[in-house]
Ligand binder design. Sequence first.
Ligand SMILES: Cc1cc2nc3c(=O)[nH]c(=O)nc-3n(C[C@H](O)[C@H](O)[C@H](O)COP(=O)(O)OP(=O)(O)OC[C@H]3O[C@@H](n4cnc5c(N)ncnc54)[C@H](O)[C@@H]3O)c2cc1C
Ligand code: FES
Length: 253
Amino acid sequence: MKDLIAKVKSNQMIAENTYMITFVLPESAGDIRGGQFVNLSVGDSSHLLRRPLGICIAEGKEISVCYQLKGEGTKKLSKIKTGDSLNVLLPLGNGFDLSGYKNIAVIGGGVGIFPLIAAIRENIKHKNFYSYIGFRSKSALCLINEFDKCKSLTVTTDDGSYGKSGNAVDAFFEDVQNLNLDAIIACGPPSMLKSLKEKLLKNAIDVPCFVSLEERMGCGVGACLVCVCKKNDGNNARVCKDGPVFNINDVVL
Ligand SMILES: Cc1cc2nc3c(=O)[nH]c(=O)nc-3n(C[C@H](O)[C@H](O)[C@H](O)COP(=O)(O)OP(=O)(O)OC[C@H]3O[C@@H](n4cnc5c(N)ncnc54)[C@H](O)[C@@H]3O)c2cc1C
Ligand code: FES
């Protein structure tokens, strides 16, 4: 993990309320795995806020993350301009470990698609991906070209304004019996992950399923315990350090 001052290359709107910021690191951050994240400092030194964002694209020293406008932090981030400096802590968390799996279903909802893009980019040469990505509506659609290299891609919108009407989890379950899967990876809102877990159980599908969780975070490095989640064995886990990727059967959703 490195604490670096990066130079912003671009910060552009890519969909309604959603931006991609690309920054250049002064030195390599080492190997980066899809599902790992950065903790970005936004604002001036008197009012620094750190915000966790999944790494979407990592090409050498150039890193892109995408964010939806939510509150104070992401609003400040959207004002950052080309040439500005950005304090970044990276890479954080464990990421998706796909070694040993060949045929992988990818299920993403909303901003949850971003870390999945990094996992696909990293593994596309050697693995088959079957993607199901869902958005609220056509105006929220972004980066679907990143999923073009997958063996198959289904895009859903809640309001039916683009692709298949409905959500990505239901679209996946329509196809699951025809896919010879070794693993599933997923990232999205808690309700989406909960529904995925329930339906895997109901349909007796015991393919390993790895989910990336979102929790409110402070330090991002395991020290403050702001981000703990409950595990099925009764213990707690730190999402920033022990995760954010967990086996879906190990965590309470
Ligand atoms: C590992 C990880 C990866 C993430 N990747 C992405 C991504 O790629 N794109 C994206 O748009 N969002 C992502 N998020 C969510 C993102 O961190 C929050 O939307 C963002 O921090 C909101 O900050 P804010 O100041 O604009 O909102 P505010 O509501 O003002 O935030 C207040 C506080 O709550 C925290 N917070 C608010 N919402 C969330 C949330 N959903 N998850 C975690 N902390 C939250 C903030 O960090 C801050 O401490 C990720 C979260 C985690 C934990
Ligand atoms: S954010 Fe501090 S321990 Fe996870």
